[in-house]
Write a protein that binds this ligand. Structure first.
Ligand SMILES: O=C(O)CCc1cccc(O)c1O
Ligand SMILES: [Fe+2]
Length: 312
């Protein structure tokens, strides 16, 4: 069975930012190319690798990765709230297959997912339950981080299961690339921020709005060159996209979490979702990139990439 892939950055500033019109046009063009790729492939199943930003996973229990048997969008930044169409029995079989491959994945019978998982479904399908989808959380914001080797092994285990299905599977990777949005870090967080990192599930509307406003204001300041966050790193981003396109994913094993943070920002670890998706794709054999878009977009606080690929 062949597999197909779409990896794309996400950003709530897509709806809440105000970049130059030609930037919006370029990104919309990349999304349209990805939508056409997906429509042509007509997936019967989606496996979505996405991070969370302390909306579904908190420091009371933070797994490196987690397969959802059921999942709900939390509706942050005005994204679609409500259930995904998760094929639970298939997700259970997938989780057992991954554990049998010695990758100790967590599971959730009620995974809560945020814009990181929801935006790609909205952009590619126009809704979050139009195609059966198995969500796979991959931690991209909360230390400690696994080595990239482990993410590659997770993707390979998932891909080896999917490649044997009589389904047209679309793999989605969501996030990155280089970026450093104001997601609190435990080490430097204030007491109220630590309370959110630990127990922030289901915040009040006021608390959620205050947090979202802080991100929106930071994006405006960042675009004006005045925000105290790490700059985007287009060279790092291009090197990552080249590595994914090359098919030699083991080359990324040498990356260390601390160096990734130093080179590309605290949220650059979202690129792990791309690695997991490409590793799953490679489990079905060699692949080729069909389209590739990249642009550093401070207004979105993201080195912004959109890539499609499919098994050969
Ligand atoms: O809500 C948050 O804390 C972060 C929002 C956010 C902003 C820019 C790029 C991202 O990837 C992202 O997730
Ligand atoms: Fe993100």
């Amino acid at each position: 069975m062949t597999l197909a892939l779409t990896c794309m950055s996400h950003s709530p500033l897509l709806e809440h930012g105000d970049p130059p019109a030609e930037v919006v046009e370029a990104v919309e063009g990349a999304f349209a190319t990805a939508r056409a790729f997906v429509a042509d492939y007509q997936p019967t199943l989606v496996v979505s690798f996405a991070p969370d930003h302390y909306n579904g996973f908190f420091y009371d229990l933070m797994p490196p990765f987690c397969i959802g048997y059921e999942a709900l969008g939390v509706g942050d930044y005005g994204t679609t709230e409500g259930p995904l169409d998760v094929p639970t029995e298939l997700a259970e079989r997938l989780a057992q297959h991954v554990i049998d491959a010695d990758v100790d994945v967590a599971i959730s019978r009620r995974m809560e997912v945020d814009h990181g998982a929801i935006q790609p479904l909205e952009i590619l399908f126009g809704g979050i339950d139009t195609v059966p989808a198995i969500p796979v959380f991959v931690n991209g914001v909360a230390k400690p981080f696994t080595r990239m080797r482990r993410i590659r092994q997770l993707g390979a285990a998932i891909g080896s299961f999917l490649a044997d299905l009589d389904e047209r599977v679309l793999l989605i990777g969501s996030g990155g690339l280089s970026h450093d949005p104001p997601v609190p870090q435990w080490a430097t967080a204030s007491e109220p921020q630590r309370a959110m990192l630990l127990n922030g599930r289901h915040p009040t509307a006021e608390a959620r709005d205050a947090r979202q406003q802080r991100v929106i204001e930071t994006a405006k300041a960042f675009a004006a060159g005045e925000a105290p966050i790490r700059d985007l790193n287009p060279e790092w981003d291009q090197a990552m996209m080249d590595a994914f396109a090359s098919g030699d994913l083991t080359a990324l094993d040498a990356m260390t979490p601390d160096q990734m943070t130093a080179d590309a920002g605290n949220s650059a670890h979202e690129v792990r979702t791309w690695l997991a998706a490409f590793s799953a794709l490679s489990a079905a054999g060699s692949y080729e990139v069909a389209s590739s878009f990249y642009r550093p977009i401070p207004e979105y606080i993201a080195g912004f990439g959109v890539v499609t690929a499919r098994s050969m």
